[in-house]
Design a binder for this molecule. Structure first.
Ligand SMILES: [Zn+2]
Length: 452
């Protein structure tokens, strides 16, 4: 253990030295052009929502009538890829417009203290990287952030740039309260240019939709809760898969109904014509499609294919776009839509005004889950060809997502795909994440979830 302490201590020192060498820029926003009337943004991030469980994405259950109507009034991307399979790196991508290998805010790091005690430190956002709330704030927007998971708290840097930020450490079941808070804030700020971000955690495991949503898709009113029981690398309650999905879908319906209240309020207050509403997720969820559950340890499409819907002035209505896009495209797209000119470099691009579709969409950042070692560490999608790479850089498989969207028939690694995923893996890191000491409660929550 003492040996690990020495190595890690040197690494920490080196990172601190390097981070002190990075120039920070105070002003990223060059100007804000006035595009017609007022332009506001409401970004809604639904934790753990896989795209194919929304009715507008073709799901057989009517889980999302409110989101469906928003999609009908806007553009829906059928192939939006998460850049990471779990909350921290995916949100860091949404905040920065960078891939995981670029921003570097990824896995927890264990450092060993002198007395062999393990001190766990979690990466935070690099405070030198410009983020979505900071850029909107700098451009003169009033900013409000509502988050519902401990890892998005101010400790990790996600609050920077918000005039007002609230983060509940464990926001299960708080969709109603969060929507109420947002409406309350909007009521006071609707005559200003505003940028709002609301992250809802309800859909995340355990699956426990509030009454009566627990019976939306299963009949037993006594059943309100399901969580996976995992012992080592065994899932003890695999036969509960159907119930898990029934309750997961019930949570989607509960969240969708609350979003319906928000959309109704926007209509009643005549903000539709000047507000861009964005629906997305940080990652999806596995239900044994590839032998595992939850999310974070694999890079299959059940975890990476996420919803992305935008509706507002200037956005084409009733369009389903099948071009592959990424979470890192959201920030540059929102800035362009809002008329914000800047000097930032993003890995993503504006996807509302024509762009080079012949590009590689990368994902990585599998978490160090205590219960399962991840096999594949990075993947790239180019067109419909998706190539996965093992952690030792020895194994590559390719899937044709057009003919095999559920990734059941691995092909030998495609040579162009292998080159692309290796190139991504070797790309230089731009961000230098800081470290956050976790408090006891945070540590317990992260431990229970298997992150540390
Ligand atoms: Zn998440």
């Amino acid at each position: 253990m003492a040996r690990n302490y020495g190595v890690n201590f040197v690494i920490v020192l080196l990172i601190l030295v390097f981070s002190s060498c990075i120039d920070s820029q105070d002003n990223w926003v060059v100007s804000r052009s006035q595009i017609g009337s007022q332009r506001n943004v409401i970004l809604i991030i639904l934790d753990t929502l896989r795209a194919d469980h929304l009715s507008c994405y073709g799901y057989y259950r009517n889980t999302s009538p409110s989101i469906d109507s928003l999609a009908a009034e806007g553009t829906m991307w059928a192939n939006a890829q998460a850049q990471a399979p779990w909350t921290l790196p995916a949100h860091a991508t949404i905040w920065t417009g960078l891939s995981v290998e670029s921003h570097g805010t990824n896995n927890p790091l264990a450092v060993y203290a002198d007395d062999d005690e393990v001190v766990k430190l979690i990466y935070t956002l690099d405070s030198n990287l410009p983020t979505m709330p900071e850029l909107f704030s700098e451009a003169g927007f009033s900013t409000r952030g509502i988050a519902n998971f401990t890892i998005l708290s101010e400790v990790y840097g996600f609050d920077s740039g918000f005039d007002e930020y609230s983060c509940h450490p464990d926001g299960e079941g708080r969709a109603g309260i969060s929507v109420d808070s947002l409406i309350l804030w909007l009521d006071d700020h609707s005559d200003e240019n505003f940028f709002c971000m609301m992250h809802l955690y309800d859909i995340h495991s355990p699956y426990n939709p509030p009454v009566p949503y627990n019976t939306a898709y299963q009949d037993d009113s006594e059943t309100e809760y399901f969580d996976w029981e995992i012992d080592g690398s065994d899932i003890l309650n695999e036969d509960g898969r159907d119930l898990a999905i029934d309750l997961y879908d019930g949570e989607i319906k509960w969240v969708d109904d609350n979003l319906g209240r928000l959309f109704g309020w926007l209509r009643e207050n005549h903000l539709e014509g000047e507000t861009l509403v964005v629906i997305m997720a940080d990652h999806g969820e596995e239900f044994l499609e590839h032998g595992w559950v939850l999310h974070g340890s694999t890079l299959y499409q059940e975890v990476l294919r996420v919803p992305l819907i935008m509706s507002g002035p200037g956005v084409e209505k009733n369009v389903i776009d099948s071009t592959f896009v990424g979470q890192f495209d959201v920030l540059p797209t929102l800035l362009t839509w809002a008329g914000v000119e800047h000097t930032c470099n993003f890995d993503g691009t504006d996807i509302l005004n024509g762009f080079n579709e012949d590009r590689v969409i990368p994902s990585s950042g599998t978490s160090n889950l205590s219960w399962r070692e991840s096999r594949y560490k990075a993947t790239t999608v180019h067109g419909y060809l998706k190539t996965l790479m093992s952690g030792d850089l020895e194994e590559f498989v390719t899937y044709d997502l057009f003919t095999d969207p559920s990734e059941q028939h691995p092909l030998p690694g495609d040579s162009a795909g292998i080159e692309e995923v290796l190139y991504y893996w070797a790309s230089p890191q731009i961000g230098t994440p800081g470290f956050a000491h976790t408090d006891e409660r945070t540590e317990q929550i992260l431990h229970d979830l298997g992150y540390i």
